[in-house]
Design a binder for this molecule. Structure first.
Ligand code: MN
Length: 624
């Protein structure tokens, strides 16, 4: 395989450069993004002396986690780190038009955010789009070019029947034409194998002139080997993490790579003794955040099948654990590739990882695929995230959006400018542009943050001092009565239990509000874990309704709470298993309700406009 060109490279050599992710991806992947600024600062001086190509310090999930859990102003963190680390490039991860949030923002917000990030200390913007839809990078790249910062345009690496190295190289070429100063191959799931890395980098080097930066995760155990081959093929920069917070779902250890490359033409020249001192600091820091460590952060080669990115698997595990459904983990991991195929093979990275992960989780927990479809899944099939890389499954698309036509334009073209409106909304609370941007990204969390800051009551989420006793009682206390937070890939949502469903085979579905909207529905069997809440919910939903509880096979129920918008059958009508009998509007979407059995419509217990809950019988069907 090594070509003549590679031999020349090996002989010629080039100093490999290192980006350390210790202050961003490393703790996002291992500690659910919980490291506080106070634990970073004692190492700042040492980090600044190392001579890294850059330090990744901001973006990704850190912005959200700062506000939501640590009650730190993310902009203040950036300014503080800039001051403490004056001599090293500071780098951030930017999700293209999604910035550091989970939806597309208007162009004026994107431009201002990039401008302020640069002003507050960012030197390198690593900009990516989950679907590699380059239209979603245009505005952020242009904005970053207008500052003095470097643009590291990024290709999300994945493997699928529709992804080829030639295709990635084509994208990279376009990105260079768009102004990229470096190209990053972002292997968020650790899928890149050594020889694939060699081939891809060699093809990139043969086509473009800018430095190649490789970002990988140790999830599958391949990353260090792939870095070696990538460097051999000409890659200039690699992402690593200080050893004490490295490996597994994090990056490969900095010190090991430095040692591996020493006395070769690629010698990084970094001081192992200094790195060792830094590792000692973060080894102690890691202990403080023990409660956020998941058993799913070690090497797991199953990832080579499921392709779940580094941070996502640990947080998915935490989420399922909180809901007492960790035994479903394997089923969810098996469902993910199927959903991904139906969605046209999106690379799994925020936010597509969240869309695919949540839908796959629902498909498993509901016991029936696409019985409940999230609003994110619907948006995805409308192309609101951009163009999927491959063909999508039209049958599933039809389930998700019916006859609606997907959009063909750049998604953000549909968004009106937001900044003036947001500035007016906040005018009585703050005039700071950084605050306004925080509010633009996370309105609910931001307002709470501003109020607490004003009142002087900002308190980080407490850290557990002692080991938790095992057992159900602890779970009850941990979950709180009917409201809790779940985190997926470092992204957190406030969850309230909104209703309880019909008990099937000893399992009762619970319907939940996410961030005050009934946007996603998660079903779980909490009865044993949360007897009080389950009882309360059951009583309240029964009290509100005069309709009988569903008990028999032919009792038609709604899978989610909502309003009846049409009734498709009449009394006495003969219908077949799976026929649509009525529609229920929920999550601003119309959902079809099907009859579970074939038979005759015996009774219709609803009329158009009725509010219905999952536990109730809406229509009775009697088998013939
Ligand atoms: Mn990563």
């Amino acid at each position: 395989m090594p070509s003549e060109k590679s031999t020349q490279n090996a002989l010629k050599g080039h100093k490999a450069r290192i980006t350390d992710t210790i202050l961003r991806d490393s703790h996002q992947s291992l500690l659910a993004t919980r490291m506080r600024t106070e634990d970073m600062l004692p190492a700042a001086k040492m980090l600044d002396r190392v001579g890294y190509w850059s330090l990744e310090v901001w973006g990704g999930a850190t912005f959200d986690a700062c506000l939501r859990f640590l009650k730190e102003d993310p902009w203040e963190r950036l300014k503080t780190l800039r001051k403490a680390i004056p001599n090293t490039r500071l780098q951030m991860l930017l999700r293209g038009q999604n910035l550091v949030g989970y939806r597309h923002y208007s162009d004026d917000v994107v431009k201002k955010f990039v401008e302020r990030a640069a002003k507050n200390g960012i030197d390198v913007f690593r900009i990516f789009d989950a679907l590699n839809d380059l239209r979603n990078l245009e505005v952020a790249i242009r904005a970053a070019k207008e500052t003095k910062a470097m643009v590291e345009a990024t290709i999300c690496y994945t493997t699928s029947p529709v992804h080829t190295h030639e295709g990635f190289v084509e994208k990279a070429k376009k990105l260079v034409n768009m102004g990229a100063d470096t190209i990053c191959v972002k292997d968020m799931a650790g899928l890149l194998t050594p020889w694939a890395a060699y081939d891809l980098v060699a093809k990139l080097k043969a086509t473009i002139d800018v430095p190649i930066h490789i970002h990988s995760h140790g999830t599958s155990g391949l990353a260090s080997m792939s870095y070696m081959k990538a460097i051999e093929a000409g890659a200039e920069i690699i992402d690593t993490a200080i050893s004490s917070l490295s490996s597994g779902t994090s990056q490969p250890p900095t010190e090991s790579l430095v040692a591996a490359l020493r006395d070769t033409p690629y010698d990084t020249g970094l001081d192992l003794a200094l790195l060792d001192e830094i590792a000692d600091h973060f080894r102690e820091v890691r202990k403080k955040y023990k409660q956020f460590e998941s058993e799913h952060t070690a090497i797991n080669t199953k990832i080579l099948v499921s392709q779940i990115p580094g941070g996502m698997i640990s947080n998915l595990a935490n989420q399922l654990k909180e809901q007492n459904a960790l035994d479903k983990m394997t089923d969810v991991l098996d469902e993910i590739p199927q959903v991904r195929k139906e969605m046209g093979y999106p690379p799994l990275v925020t936010p597509s990882s969240q869309v695919v992960g949540t839908q796959a989780t629902l498909n498993v927990l509901m016991g029936e695929r696409y019985k409940v479809i999230t609003s994110e899944t619907r948006s995805y099939f409308k192309n609101m995230y951009g163009s999927p890389p491959g063909e999508i499954d039209e049958k599933v698309r039809k389930l998700a959006i019916g006859d609606e036509r997907p959009i063909t334009c750049r998604p953000a073209d549909l968004l009106e400018p937001e900044l003036d409106k947001l500035t007016r909304e906040l005018s009585s609370k703050t005039k700071s542009i950084d605050d306004i941007l925080t509010y633009a990204l996370f309105p609910v969390v931001a307002l709470e943050f501003f109020e607490q800051r004003e009142a002087g009551t900002l308190e980080p989420e407490p850290l557990e001092q002692t080991e938790k006793p095992e057992g159900e009682l602890q779970s009850v206390r941990h979950l709180a009565p009917s409201e809790f937070n779940v985190t997926v890939h470092g992204e957190s949502h406030n969850i309230k239990v909104a209703g309880a469903g019909h008990k099937v085979e000893g399992k009762r579905p619970f319907f939940i509000m996410v961030d005050d909207c009934l946007e996603e529905v998660v079903v779980e069997s909490l009865t044993e874990v949360l007897p009080t809440t389950a009882g309360e919910i059951e009583r309240s939903s029964v009290a509100e309704s005069s309709r009988p509880k569903a008990r028999k096979d032919g009792d038609v129920t709604t899978p989610i709470p909502g309003k009846v918008t049409s009734i498709k059958v009449t009394k006495g009508q003969s219908i077949s298993d799976g026929d649509v009998v009525l529609t229920v509007e929920a999550m601003k979407m119309e959902n079809e309700v099907h009859t579970p059995i074939s038979g005759i419509v015996k009774r219709i217990l609803v009329k158009i406009g009725d509010t219905v809950n999952p536990d109730e019988t809406l229509i009775e069907v009697e088998a013939e």
